[in-house]
Design a protein around this ligand. Sequence first.
Ligand code: NAD
Length: 755
Amino acid sequence: AKENQVFLNLDLEQWESHDITYQIFEDILLKPEFSDYSHVGIVVQAYLKHSEKDLERLLALAKRRGAPIGVRLVKGAYWDYELVKARQNGFECPVWTQKSESDIHFERLSRFLLDNIDYFQPAFGSHNLRSLSQAMVYANAKRIPKSAYEIQMLYGMAEPERKVLRARGHRVRVYAPIGELLPGMSYLVRRLLENTSNSGFLKLSHQDDVDPNQLLREPQLEKNSTTLKMPEGAPFDNCPLLDFTKMENRERFQKAVDDWVPKFPAKVPVVIAGEEQSGEHVFERMTPNDGKTAVAEVQLASVGQAEQAVQTAVTAYPEWREKPIKERADLLNKLADILERDRFELAALMCHESGKPWAVADADLGEAVDFCRYYACQALEELAPRKQGNVWGESNILSYEGRGPALVIAPWNFPLAILCGMTAAALVTGNSVIMKPAETSSLIAKELFDRILEAGCPSDVCQFLPGEGSKVGAYLVEHPQIAQIVFTGSKKVGLEIVEKAAKVQKDQPQVKRVVCEMGGKNAIIIDDDADLDEAVSGVVSSAFDFAGQKCSAASRVLVHENIYERFKTRLLDACKSVIVDVATSPSCVLPPVIDETAQKRLLDEIEMARKEHQLLFQGQVPADGFFVPVSVFEVQNERCRLMQHEMFGPVLGVMKVKDFDEALKIAGSTQFALTGAVFSRSPENLMRARQAFRVGNLYLNQGSAGAMVNRQPFGGFGMSGIGTKAGGPGYLMHFVDPRCVTENTQRRGFTPDLE
Ligand code: NAD
């Protein structure tokens, strides 16, 4: 731009890219080669609570570099988006919630620009004549020439206003999108909607004939504004995720990642009745990031230790069962507080041990916190003894109580959240627990276990038994005194557990109950009118986040033939942008897979698929670490292995379908029924999907992964699970025996109800 003497303006869009945009702008402008170039500008959005600080920062920058900066002052175009996103993520809302606050700030910021006219080239971008006039009047009073600032309007949006301003000698820059027709049109439509909204100046003045005096009066805060009330939180609110757009959070996270390094390899003992013990073997867990640094030395429990843990759990159970529900719920709330207190440390550990990228690890922690708080709320509500029936002379009280020792068998892919959720549910309902984490994620499991005890759980009520699934896991599943098994993992192991648990052993006191959540083969349907921006990014994140190692990950995409080629081109382009890196690096999108066995298995699967299907895309991966490249195949037949078998890696099958019906049919053609998604703008097809796309969690116009506790109770049916919904109503009922006590309250000649 400088070589050609072109004016370059940096636009601002969503708040999430605000900081980085300003940072880049500042970095570039401070380079000596650009320090005197004045044909550069940036946007300030008056609807941001941060906008005054933005201007102060720009002023300091202009003074430092010694040349003025163009500032395009606007109100901002993503108001509802920002509001909704902030609420969804639990972040502080970055925009003013009253429209008039944005107007007030626009005026204040205008004056700031004009007060510092030596350092700024202001451009007032608005169609609101009040907002523009106050700036012009103020400039006039300060004897600032009209040539020192400009007015900006959108092409075709406010022609009469533009003409008046031109006639009065103002510089009016009209701007218009250029480039492709359709994106340009959609931009114009968006602006049109915004400018013709009920509260917009153009509609009020041109359409509603509002009194000009009212339109032109100074904007004022509405005292009893009904414009917006943020929805109330409590009794349950999701734990806000970390806002990584904040430098402070990035720095703290990096420090937490670094702080772990000297502690490796950390020791993970067996813990029975509070006593740390060695196991019969030691398993050395390598980080998947390089495949050779040991992060943990895990003591693998023996069968004898498993037996000891069961006996402890059997003895501890009755007293724990009798505790008031409130006391057990308090334990969960305390645990949630502790997990939040240590969130950086725990999430950073998952980057090392499980290869979870920063934000994915943080979300894992957030979900663990959510499970604790949610089950605490649910226990108080759902497990409270209640009266049944409504007749005289009889009292009926229904209550719930724990069932006995619960064996919790967890997978490695949500190493904190799932283990925590299953354990918390079992504890709050009055069961003693034996935690059997996955071998590869034993260290984070131990960190959780320590915090469960710190929160006040008696050491005989919860015990920690790292070990081999096929050995101690299998032994415990068949143990007659285990009352229930809470399992999340693969279909193969899950079905084996269901079968073994069904067999009654000698001296077994009760029928075992199994809560069993298994795998998926999740499909995303792309309809012919889908918004491709959203569809492509939804597919890429659902398929490749955490290297496709989520049970909810998408592994099949079914694309309407009318849009197939366009979708395919864009999908493959997007695949190129997936950044492959170690999970400890903040730029990582595609981390390594969990271990060498998984890596080898996936590479074999990819080799096999290559023989049968056309490979559309394959990414590059580093030689060190257990990386598997993003691999996208074009598939002709939905019955093939690639479209039926859960791969659990970054492998995606893309298939062309002739219409929405065929897409639905193919989506439902596997034995799994866990998650699914549809991108479509047809209300009719979305409605059909609600009915006919039968999976535990269906997402319309968003990706297939990322369930939040309470908002999206999670779990599948078919061969994906028994149909329980973790993080949803009714889940705790799996962990209790209901009891009803009926008393005849009538005594001869006396019925209390009639008194
Ligand atoms: P996995 O089945 O290999 O192991 C899960 C757990 O079972 C581990 O703790 C393991 O040690 C133990 N185990 C293994 N063999 C056992 C046996 N014979 N008896 C008792 N326990 C045994 O699964 P994984 O590789 O850890 O996890 C990935 C799988 O989990 C995927 O299939 C994924 O879809 C599924 N998953 C499902 C959900 C869900 O909510 N539906 C969530 C996460 C993961």
